[in-house]
Design a binder for this molecule. Structure first.
Ligand code: PRT
Length: 110
């Protein structure tokens, strides 16, 4: 297996997104998004989240997968804007693993 295959897709896409910080907006969708400023990606995330909701309401599995991929991708661009990586999110999920949301919420109320 090549080194490329050993890396997971989230890491590979995150690396590509990072590299687009230096790329020309004419040659790259991500570079174009970065060049528009921070609000552009926030707008895309809002749009893509709405599209996920609509796909789910339609109970269309293929459409849900497509729209969630768009949403994940745009949240990865947001993470890159803040110099964060998918690993920061997986670490947070790992930290929460096994802790019931109900238990965590009850602890917050104390
Ligand atoms: N995973 C993605 C990805 N998912 C979705 N998109 C783009 O995100 C946009 C989604 O927006 P919409 O569905 O609203 O379509 P649109 O109307 O064309 O969008 P807007 O012009 O309104 O923003 C489309 O242009 C998609 O092509 C992506 N663009 C890039 N990537 C990854 O990012 C890498 C770098 O891309 P470039 O920066 O373009 O080279 C690629 O190799 C991929 O791995």
């Amino acid at each position: 297996m090549t080194a490329l295959n050993n890396q997971d897709i989230l890491s590979r896409v995150a690396e590509t997104i990072e590299s687009r910080k230096e790329a020309s907006p004419d040659s790259s969708y991500v570079a174009k998004l970065f060049s528009k400023g921070p609000d552009a990606v926030l707008k895309k995330i809002g749009e893509e989240a709405t599209e996920v909701v609509l796909a789910a309401k339609d109970q269309d599995k293929a459409h849900i997968v497509y729209e969630v991929a768009d949403l994940w991708f745009h949240t990865m661009v947001l993470l890159a804007q803040h110099n964060l990586s998918p690993e920061d999110i997986t670490k947070e999920l790992a930290r929460r693993e096994g802790l019931s949301g109900l238990v965590e919420k009850a602890a917050r109320k104390e």
